[in-house]
Every structure is written in C-alpha cells, then in structure tokens.
Write a protein that binds this ligand. Structure first.
Ligand SMILES: [Zn+2]
Length: 251
C-alpha cells in the first residue's frame, strides 16, 4: 500500500539545473534578434526538486567525492558521505556540501581547535561515515529496534534519517536549514564522544547534545555546540519524550 503525503518541506531549493543554455554538440543555434535588448538575459531560477523516498530502502548507497583539505585545525577525522540510492531528489554532492558547511562553521565542533574534518571517497580509509537513509535502513544501521523517526549514531555510523532531513520536526521554531545543521552536529557530536544533555536555562538556546528532535523543554532551537566561542552545555540526561510513529515515506 502506498501512502501519499503532501509535504511542503519535502522540496529542495538548492539544486541547480545542469545543462541550461548549452547547445547540443554539433549544432549551431540560430541568431535571433532580441526583442528587448536593454534587458540582460535573466538567469533561470533553479526549479525546486521534489524529494521522494520509500519507507524501506534497499540499502545501496551512492558516495560523495572526497576532498583534499580538512576543515578546521587539530586532529583530522576522515569521514565518508553515503546517500541511499532509493532517495530521489537529493544528490550526494548536495548533501555532502551541506554537511561540509556545517562541520566547517566557526560555531561547530572545529571551534575547539582540537578536531578537523576531511571528507574521503567511498573506498578510502576513514574514521566514520555519515549516511542519509530511508527510515527502514535507519533502523538496520542503528540496530536499536524499530524507530523509523529519529536519527542515530552507532559506532562509526552517523545515520541521518531522510524523513527528518526533508520534514524537520513540528514546533522546532527555526527553519529547516537550521534543523539540518542540528542533525549533523548532534550525531557527529555523539561520534566525538558526547552524550545527551538537558535544557540548562528556559528561554535560552538548547545545547546541541539535547534531543531537540523530541522536544525543546523550554529551550530555543540551536544547532551549534559553540556560541560566541563558548561551549554551550546542559546537565547530562534525557527527557522521557515519546518517539513519534515511524515515517512511511514520501511517494
Ligand atoms: Zn542523540
């Protein structure tokens, strides 16, 4: 049974169309006098790309290419980026670019000066892998039972659930782009050895290691481990928030 959902968030605006304005090889485009010579030709707006994915993917992945230089100073952690092939509308390069910008941000984990990140290719030696996967594959990689809603870190697997990547969470109070930064920093934060934390100050920003996907508990959404150069922490612990139903995919 296929369940259709109309999800406003399931649209990516950052994908550029390739091949625009390129003549096919071997053909010569006729010269047509422009009717409005005063106007410079406007750049075509990139069309939003609809993202679709099944509830359970097949577990085959496409990899983003590696890069030469690490982001940040300090010990280099090598990571690989894999996107499950059943996810349509998100290219590995585009996902990897968002991950890279988040990891390289001056408010991110590199702010400590102790760690830096370099993306490597599929078959290179690595310290961990960042996955973007369907809800069902999330459960297989996380090995923590049925969930299908949240993301996780399991050993050297940083597993981001595409359902949250495209839909975010209700009542987060910040744009989807901010929630995505939170997802990357929270799960990579686990890989760096950090456990869960609670809201330290109602009305203030939530620590990145708070389970912001399940509830903010009076804190405000915040995707960064460092604010004004200072590490924002809360007391260790978790809340007793229920995990919503597993995501059923977007057809
Ligand atoms: Zn967590």
């Amino acid at each position: 049974m296929s369940v259709r959902r109309c999800i406003a968030g399931a649209v990516l605006g950052a994908i550029t169309l390739s091949g625009c304005g390129t003549a096919a090889s071997g053909t010569v485009a006729p010269v047509v006098p422009s009717k409005s010579p005063a106007r410079s030709s406007p750049k075509p707006k990139p069309k939003p790309v609809r993202v679709t994915y099944p509830a359970d993917g097949g577990g085959a992945f496409a990899a983003a290419k590696g890069e030469r230089a690490p982001q940040g100073r300090g010990r280099v952690l090598r990571y690989r980026v894999l996107v499950e092939k059943d996810i349509k509308g998100i290219k590995p390069a585009a996902f990897a670019s968002t991950v890279r910008a988040t990891l390289a941000d001056s408010r991110g984990w590199t702010a400590s000066g102790d760690v830096s990140f370099r993306r490597v290719g599929r078959d290179e030696v690595r310290d961990f892998t960042i996955y973007l996967v369907t809800p069902g594959t999330r459960d297989e990689l996380c090995q923590g039972g049925r969930d299908g809603y949240t993301s996780c870190r399991n050993g050297d697997r940083v597993v981001l659930n595409v359902a949250r990547w495209v839909k975010g969470v209700p009542r987060y109070g910040a744009p989807l782009s901010v929630y995505r930064q939170y997802l990357v920093n929270h799960e990579v934060g686990h890989r760096l050895g950090n456990g869960h934390e609670k809201c330290p100050d109602k009305g203030g920003p939530a620590p990145v290691m708070q389970q912001q996907t399940l509830g903010l508990h009076g804190c405000r959404a915040n995707p960064w481990p460092y604010l004004d150069g200072e590490r924002l922490r809360g007391a260790s612990g978790v809340y007793d928030d229920p995990v919503p139903e597993p995501d059923r995919g977007v057809a």
